[in-house]
Design a protein around this ligand. Structure first.
Ligand SMILES: Cc1ncc(COP(=O)(O)O)c(C=O)c1O
Length: 452
């Protein structure tokens, strides 16, 4: 009875995988916020170094992972794949459940898979300062860690509600030498504007992105890094699925169902896209399920339309599933899933019918996470609990139908900095938020009008 499926360091992928090469229909173009024309590489230059812009635009199937990035990846990669024997037994399911565990990284999640190459390419381009936003604190921690390795200054705008909920995330960022600021802040024009209108604003990822982008645009020596959504971030995360494919072969299994949670879409894409591409090239097909919170239901209830990536509407417009860039979700604990939009590539794949999406409330997800912890030992991040919930639902369906399917899910992070959320859950203090159609329609009424 094997539990862990481990790869040697020399089996770590040497190339990232790009789903765009295998799609039957190309991605709609990214539009300039002023002209509404497709953006050029030059338009993106104030924010990103050339190498990342090229990765953002490429449709090549494979992009080589630079040696220095692989050297850092080796600190925790290849990440383990586990067979969830304890959970299977607790559920009494005939299904075989596997999970890829990304919580073994120094930050505790999948986020350093992209933070390391982003810091590397910026440093190669001579940049010394990076700005970013963070919701759960996982991305901010990851970029702070990457900044410390590549000797760069990092300023992190942490969504206020999460800044207050998670003081130890801030302490870790500071340990890595970064400057962590609650957003909205007085450091930027946009932050000051939001605070003038709403002094006790709890913040949102859209606002924090606007603040980080503003600092980068104003200083030629500062660039911006984003922890999700963009094509190059999804590309970097493909190491998750590429390793999992090798590990499933070691286990002599292939997933019938793949489950991941979605905030901006990067860990989900990282796990699912290599398998999706395999199927699009004629290989075995897996059913793929994205799980999102009912309190921020981008894929299940958002509109597929052009929208801005941030609240101040400074970023280019992308076609994506969105709740509207002015949408401020309630301060629920899966801070990493509070983004108003979804990665354009994930949204496009959804429109092409390449996967299904479901939404669960936070209490349902905590319940699943606690069951998982009690039978597998790992306490998942609140975001990861959504994937756990999705996998459990699939396993229970297999039990009802008497099917021995293979279920694979991505356990994208541990919850060691999220124990206040677990405490609130046990105290019965968490509430669930579901929107009525009118509330969602209001947030969507501010979408830019774009001829498509
Ligand atoms: C642990 C964890 N999981 C998931 C997410 C959501 O991001 P994404 O959908 O890009 O994986 C975050 C974002 O901060 C996170 O910290």
């Amino acid at each position: 009875m094997q539990t862990k499926f481990l790869l040697d360091e020399n089996q770590m992928p040497k190339y990232w995988y790009n789903l765009q090469a295998d799609l039957p229909k190309p991605l709609p173009p990214v539009l300039h916020p002023g002209t509404h024309q497709p953006v050029t590489a030059d338009d993106m230059e104030p924010l990103f170094p050339r190498a990342l812009i090229e990765q953002e635009m490429t449709t090549e199937r494979e992009v080589e992972i630079p040696g220095p990035v692989r050297d850092v990846y080796r600190l925790w990669r290849p990440a383990p794949l586990y067979r969830a024997h304890g959970l299977e037994k607790a559920l009494g399911t005939p299904a075989k459940i596997f999970y890829k565990y990304e919580g073994v990284s120094p930050a505790g999640s999948h986020k350093p898979n992209s933070a390391i190459p982003q810091a590397f390419y910026n440093r190669e381009a001579g940049i010394r300062t990076l700005t970013t936003e963070t919701g759960a604190g996982q991305w901010g921690t990851s970029l702070s860690f990457a900044g410390s390795l590549f000797d760069m200054d990092v300023t992190v705008f942490q969504v206020k509600v999460s800044y207050d909920q998670k003081p130890y995330r801030r302490a870790v960022m500071e340990t890595y030498g970064a400057n962590c600021v609650a957003s909205p802040s007085n450091l930027t024009e946009f932050g000051r504007k939001v605070l003038a209108e709403t002094p006790d604003h709890t913040g949102s990822l859209g606002i924090a992105i606007s603040e980080a982008v503003e600092l980068a645009v104003k200083d030629p020596n500062t660039k911006y890094a984003l922890g999700s959504v963009l094509n190059h971030v999804l590309l970097h995360q493909s190491v998750i699925g590429l390793e999992s494919m090798q590990q499933m072969e070691m286990a002599d299994c292939w997933p019938d169902v793949i489950v991941g949670c979605t905030g901006g879409g990067s860990n989900f894409a990282g796990m699912a896209f290599p398998f999706m591409g395999h199927a699009l090239r004629g290989g075995e097909k897996s059913r793929i399920v994205a799980v999102e919170p009912s309190a921020c239901p981008t894929l299940t209830r958002g509109k597929y339309a052009y929208d801005y990536g941030d609240t101040a509407q400074m970023t280019p417009m992308t076609k994506m599933h969105t709740l509207g860039s002015g949408f401020t979700p309630p301060g629920f604990h899966a801070g990493g899933l509070r983004y108003h939009g979804m990665a354009p590539l994930v949204s496009h794949a959804k429109e092409l019918g390449l996967f299904d999406a479901v939404a669960y409330t936070q209490r349902q997800c905590f319940e699943a996470g606690v069951l998982f912890a009690r039978h597998e030992g790992i306490v998942p991040a609140p975001e990861a609990n959504h994937a756990v919930k999705g996998a459990i639902e699939e396993a229970l369906r297999c039990k009802r139908e008497g099917k021995e399917e293979v279920i694979l899910f991505n356990l994208c992070g541990h919850g060691h900095f999220d124990m206040a959320a677990y405490t609130s859950y046990f105290a019965g203090d968490l509430s669930d938020h579901e929107y009525d159609d009118q509330e969602l329609a209001m947030a969507l009424s501010g979408l830019p009008s774009v001829k498509s």
